[in-house]
Design a protein around this ligand. Structure first.
Ligand SMILES: N[C@@H](CCC(=O)N[C@@H](CS)C(=O)NCC(=O)O)C(=O)O
Length: 202
């Protein structure tokens, strides 16, 4: 497999997951400068002109949480995704989609500096609703975590949520709420992220 990425991109969130899966030796990391993403060679692989994307036997998997979900399923025996017929798989998908959908939309909108009043008038059509509903969803989910989102078994959804929150908090898009701390600290304590500066920066 080849992972096309850039050290300044969200592609860095995939690296500790490769370590969690113990498959670092099976993935070649290819660094692409942002300026080169518009080259025909790369656009042919990801017409979005973005990184990261993973290439496995001719299949191109872009969209970061899709890479997490794909690898968790490919290496199902490593235990990072619930089985296909496990009801917990629904919740697992909910968290991955929440991170990529409402949470990311909210982060994008927030970083544009759009006023609270403007957002309030559009809250019924905005996929993330309001800032308060985003934080409530995460806080309730983490309050119910035992200690992970799906119970006592960690999943790719825990890792992606934690990495994505760390990313958002580091960029000061999302506050580091006390309610997030036990979960983020739990993920920070994992072997895969020891010495990983951006994860330990909080
Ligand atoms: N929806 C994509 C977004 C990927 C994305 O926005 N990548 C940024 C870096 S974090 C990028 O490639 N920027 C370079 C550019 O647009 O030129 C995902 O979740 O993977």
């Amino acid at each position: 497999m080849k992972l096309y990425s850039n050290v300044h991109s969200r592609g860095i969130t995939v690296l500790p997951f490769l370590k969690e899966l113990d498959i670092e030796d099976q993935v070649e990391i290819i660094h692409i400068e942002y300026a080169d993403l518009a080259e025909a060679e790369y656009l042919a692989l990801n017409p979005m002109g973005k990184v990261p994307f993973l290439v496995d036997q001719g299949s191109v998997i872009s969209e970061t949480p899709a890479i997490f979900a794909y690898l968790a399923d490919k290496y199902l025996e490593k235990g990072f995704a619930p089985a296909f017929n496990d009801p917990k798989r629904g919740e697992y998908l909910k968290w991955l989609f929440f991170c990529h959908g409402p949470l990311t939309e909210f982060m994008d909108v927030k970083s544009l500096g759009i006023s609270e009043q403007q957002l309030e008038t559009r809250k019924r059509s905005l996929g993330f609703g309001t800032e308060a509903s985003i934080y409530r969803f995460i806080k309730v989910g983490l309050a119910q975590a035992k200690p992970y989102l799906l119970g006592n078994q960690i999943s790719a959804a825990d890792l992606f949520l934690a990495y994505w929150l760390i990313y958002a908090i580091s960029f000061k898009i999302v506050p580091y709420f006390d309610e997030f701390k036990p979960f983020i600290q739990l993920i920070q304590s994992r072997d895969a992220v020891q010495g990983v500066e951006w994860v330990q920066a909080l």
